[in-house]
Ligand binder design. Structure first.
Ligand SMILES: Cc1cc2nc3c(=O)[nH]c(=O)nc-3n(C[C@H](O)[C@H](O)[C@H](O)COP(=O)(O)OP(=O)(O)OC[C@H]3O[C@@H](n4cnc5c(N)ncnc54)[C@H](O)[C@@H]3O)c2cc1C
Length: 277
């Protein structure tokens, strides 16, 4: 069989798993090239530990170049253009030609999607955001701490609820729980709708037990960073002292510019194979 080059864009869980599985199945003469703008792979689930100061960034991440030992070529670069027809990818200063092209660029997290949100919100959805939130928590004097889920879909549906529960526990351990009014405002009809009504009820119970107020079907339309208020569709302004948000998710710009997204704003794929439809 002729030598092939498989180019995988994005070295998150998706891209790395694909590279590892292909490497275990393909003869070494077939190239596997993994491209990411980042030099390290970060485990998102560890970011709540970073938020609480329980782990350092190096403890929840690994250098991607370690994959070279397994015969995976790692390229550090921004992907600036994708031509899905010719399977040509433009990187910073060079182009890559693929026989097989895998897109695993994840979702772009866009706090700017809601006016005022970027200026006001912290987020543990990125490593830098988790570090900044850790600093903000260390100087937080108490008051209204709001966890906001402004848009769906978002990755890891339990994460914001887990984050709120961990924050409740954090302040309880500091013996400051009574100084912090914790609430979750979500656009969802119930927590974790993807996991069904029983799970929603279960999470509601956990939040109630921890004294966290839950407000569902709240679509955030605007944040006023100066007045520190949240405005919801058809509702009154809600004050906050510290705001933690799940950034609205969207398909990465390079994917949108390649004309790959459908009406949903995402790449339409066969759910069984994840092949583009
Ligand atoms: C706080 C938190 C907790 C979580 N907890 C869990 C959990 O407990 N269990 C679980 O299963 N999942 C969890 N998740 C979800 C999980 O992390 C994601 O589902 C997973 O990371 C998605 O992997 P991915 O490979 O599709 O995308 P990503 O991990 O987003 O990887 C995409 C990669 O593409 C790169 N990239 C994007 N655009 C470009 C470009 N133009 N040029 C170059 N590189 C680019 C990015 O740098 C990134 O490395 C959690 C997520 C968060 C944020």
């Amino acid at each position: 069989m002729a030598k092939t080059t498989t180019v995988i864009l994005g070295a998150g869980f998706g891209g790395i798993s694909t590279a590892n599985v292909l490497r275990s199945k393909l003869h070494s003469e077939h190239r596997i090239v993994l491209v990411d703008r980042a030099k390290r792979f970060v485990v998102g689930a560890g970011q709540t530990w970073v938020m609480l100061g329980q782990k350092a960034p190096e403890e929840i991440s690994l250098p991607l170049d370690g994959l070279a030992r397994r015969g995976i070529e790692v390229v550090t670069s921004e992907v600036t253009a994708i031509d899905p027809v010719t399977r040509t990818v433009t990187l910073e200063g060079r182009k890559l030609q693929a026989d097989h092209l895998v897109l695993a660029l994840g979702a772009h997290l866009n706090l700017d999607a809601v006016p005022g949100l970027a200026a006001a919100a912290h987020s543990f959805y990125t490593l830098d955001g988790a570090l900044e939130l850790q600093r903000a928590l260390s100087t937080f004097k108490g008051g209204n701490l709001v966890v906001s889920i402004p848009r769906t879909p978002f990755k890891c549906p339990p994460a914001p609820y887990e984050g709120a529960l961990l924050l409740a526990d954090h302040f309880a351990k500091l013996k400051r729980r009574k100084d912090v009014a914790l609430s979750v405002y979500t656009v969802e009809g119930a927590p974790m709708t993807t996991a069904g009504p029983e799970m929603g009820q279960f999470v509601r119970g956990l939040l109630a037990e921890a004294g966290i107020a839950l407000h569902t079907q709240q679509k955030l339309v605007r944040v006023n960073p100066e007045a520190r208020t949240l405005s919801f569709e058809g509702g009154a302004a809600v004050p906050f002292d510290l705001l933690v948000a799940v950034p609205p998710h969207e398909a990465p710009k390079v994917v949108r510019e390649a004309g790959l997204v459908g009406e949903s704003g995402w790449i339409p794929v066969d759910p069984k194979t994840l092949a583009q439809t």
